[in-house]
Design a protein around this ligand. Structure first.
Ligand code: BDP
Length: 663
């Protein structure tokens, strides 16, 4: 009983993403402005192929309040007028019209949209051999070996999909960057991609290795104050701009996790960033300089980036943006916001989200991340940052992202970078109508059910992995599955879970209060006061900021131990609930898609139980307390689970086995 309206919708493989369906023999009347451009041609072609409403007249105007990329849509009696300051503005307006048409939404009197950020950028962690660091959806879509001669049709589809959600910048390569990307041969390949992206309003950026002058041209140093080094980067910038006149600039990971940087030459991050920024400046390029550093300047990793970067406030050139991960540690399922936001008032800062699910179940788990990013914006004023970046989850899988629902995270990232005030529910609704439900007559209660699953999914992951502020309990290396017991001899202490959970017979949690590491002191006073007091600290951050006795009484009346157990249980129950409710969706989606998601949800439930059992059994050895009666007893045995990441357990976990080989 498939109630899809069109036969097309019943073969959904995800490859079309949210792009508009072409309408056969479409008779749309579209009037473009006289001063045509490649971008306006794209807008016109998209509307001609898929718009079925009244004639559309596109006009370029001068209206400061619309900024560079904003647009106005005004439906009139016999035509719809679309106006913008720029060709990309018209393109964004055209895609908005088409998205509304697909969603079956009637146009209000006026739609006026101005993006909150000028720079809405995807960071690919793609290597030149087409592997992807933390990628779970196949190989890189950039086929470097074949470029520039062969252009994969996917480049254009990718550009369309990004433009349709407002993304206007792409860093093509991994932050752990190979210098080769800056060699003449690769730059010609990069140019070929930039040429495809340009009509879609998308600029290309590259991750640059700070030691490139040494690695590519055998300079004796990469010291940012050395004249030869300065000249090398200037010449490199000129070479790039000769090929790609609208090149965006560099993203740099320096002096972090073994990457070279200015500190190797006793120079500061600001000196390194400014040297590169000055090479790009005459051409209009920027440097995005990452603040993801954690050299052991303090015993608490969560404090280290702030300690290193905050004193540099005001020292960065105006074409440098400091790129800060949303949380102070590393893309955990839940972190408080990084205290660097708001602490560098004289520096342009941007946030880096992780769209790829390194720490949220890879492409096996359904975890809709809009609520996580909204949570960030509930603490950090969107106006206080300059731009938004997201680590891409795109690969060459047919559906681009592995898990079909992971597409929604790419989509949501773009929409929130455009307008952080949008709600997670509305974005999910938009995505569903343009993707898995496109062309189907789906009852409102089914759509509402799927939106509800999506909206609860991230919290479920937090609950079965690491609730109440716990973090980094992950299996070593691949970060899939629980390993709170992991202790690798000679390994960096701050890569070990026990560094973060600090569980012992007395209690659990990282004391970051004023009596502990005082990470709290890096936050604004009024917030710090609240966080410092365990009775006032929000429960979701409790064990991030406090080490508390197992039988500590929570305001709810539960003990800490009982509450922890109940969170883990809730995560499993929620995930089972998603699995059960997904069955309701069967009549309305493509059968292969239904099966695919059903299979992934089965894995997710299995993994949720694995997480719950692994963590609770391990912590119970320390707490020595019984599980509360309302908790389903563990089905695994701790010794068995301890062997999983070593590849010597009978525990049926194909993903972990596979990943062990990459360890
Ligand atoms: C961590 C990843 C690592 C990245 C690093 C980064 O595990 O693969 O290289 O972040 O952001 O989350 O540089």
């Amino acid at each position: 009983m498939l109630t899809c309206m069109s036969a097309k919708a019943s073969v959904y493989d995800g490859s079309r993403l949210w792009l508009p369906q072409p309408v056969e023999n479409n008779a749309a009347v579209i009037k473009a402005p006289k001063s045509s451009s490649a971008t306006i041609n794209v807008a016109t072609a998209e509307l001609r192929s898929s718009w079925t409403g009244a004639p559309v007249e596109m006009k370029l105007i001068k209206d400061k309040s619309l900024g560079r990329d904003g647009f106005i849509i005004t439906p009139g009696k016999d035509k719809v007028t679309l106006t913008a300051n720029s060709a990309p503005g018209l393109l964004y307006g055209a895609y908005r019209l088409l998205a509304m048409q697909t969603a079956g939404k009637s146009l209000p009197n006026e739609i006026r949209e101005v993006p909150s950020y000028d720079l809405r950028i995807l960071n690919h962690w793609d290597n030149l051999d087409r592997t992807i660091e933390r990628g779970y959806s196949g190989s890189s879509i950039w086929v470097w070996d074949e470029l520039p001669a062969t252009i994969s049709p996917r480049y254009k589809e990718y550009a369309r999909a990004n433009a349709a959600v407002g993304i206007n910048g792409v860093v093509l390569n991994n932050v752990n960057a190979s210098s080769s990307i800056l060699s003449a041969g690769y730059l010609h390949k990069v140019k070929a991609i930039a040429d495809i992206f340009r009509p879609y309003g998308i600029k290309v950026y590259l991750s640059a290795n700070f030691a490139a002058p040494m690695q590519l041209d055998s300079l004796p140093t990469a010291d940012p104050l050395d004249r030869q080094v300065i000249k090398w980067w200037k010449d490199k910038a000129s070479e790039i701009y000769r090929l790609i006149p609208d090149f965006g600039g560099f993203l740099v990971k320096a002096n972090s996790e073994g990457q070279p940087g200015p500190c190797d030459f006793d120079r500061s991050h600001a000196q390194g960033a400014n040297m590169m920024a000055r090479a790009l400046k005459p051409h209009g390029g920027i440097v995005m300089w990452r603040a993801f550093v954690y050299s052991p300047a303090d015993a608490d990793r969560a404090k280290q980036a702030y300690i290193e970067f905050q004193p540099l406030d005001g020292q960065f050139d105006d074409n440098v943006i400091v790129q800060i991960k949303n949380g102070p540690v590393d893309f955990q399922p839940r972190e408080p916001y990084s205290p660097l936001f708001g602490a560098m008032p004289s520096t342009d800062c941007m946030v880096e989200f992780q769209i790829t699910q390194e720490y949220l179940g890879h492409s096996n788990h359904l975890a809709y991340l809009a609520p996580m990013w909204k949570e960030f914006f509930s603490y950090v004023n969107p106006k206080s940052i300059k731009a938004v970046a997201g680590v891409a989850n795109v690969g060459d899988d047919t559906n681009w992202t592995g898990h079909p629902f992971a597409q929604a995270n790419w989509y949501a990232f773009g929409r929130l970078a455009w307008n952080p005030a949008l709600t997670g529910e509305d974005i999910a609704d938009e995505w569903l109508s343009q993707t898995i439900f496109n062309g189907c007559n789906v009852p409102a209660e089914i759509t509402a059910e799927v939106i509800d699953i999506m909206m609860r999914s991230r919290e479920a992951v937090v609950d079965y992995m690491m609730p109440m502020g716990l973090h980094h309990l992950f299996a070593f290396g691949h970060h899939y599955g629980p390993e709170p017991w992991c202790a690798i001899e000679g390994g960096r202490p701050d890569w070990m879970p026990s560094y973060y959970h600090r569980a012992d017979s007395a209690g659990i949690g990282f004391d970051r209060s004023s009596k502990g590491s005082n990470a709290i002191g890096q936050y604004p006073d009024n917030l710090a006061k609240r966080l410092d007091n365990p009775a006032l600290c929000p429960e979701e951050f409790l064990l991030w900021f406090h080490h508390l006795p197992w039988e500590y009484q929570l305001p709810s009346g539960d003990t800490l131990w009982d509450s922890l157990c109940r969170h883990y249980e809730r995560g499993v129950v929620e995930t089972r609930d998603f699995q059960r409710r997904w069955e309701h969706v069967q009549p309305y989606v493509d059968p292969a898609l239904f099966d695919d998601i059903q299979r992934r949800l089965k894995t997710q439930v299995r993994d949720a139980i694995w997480w719950k059992d692994g963590c609770l059994l391990y912590f119970q050895e320390l707490s020595r307390l019984p599980f509360p009666d309302d908790i389903t007893p563990p089905v695994h045995n701790l010794d068995d689970l301890k062997k999983v990441n070593l590849g010597i357990s009978n525990f049926e976990c194909p993903t972990a086995d596979l990943l062990n080989r990459q360890r």
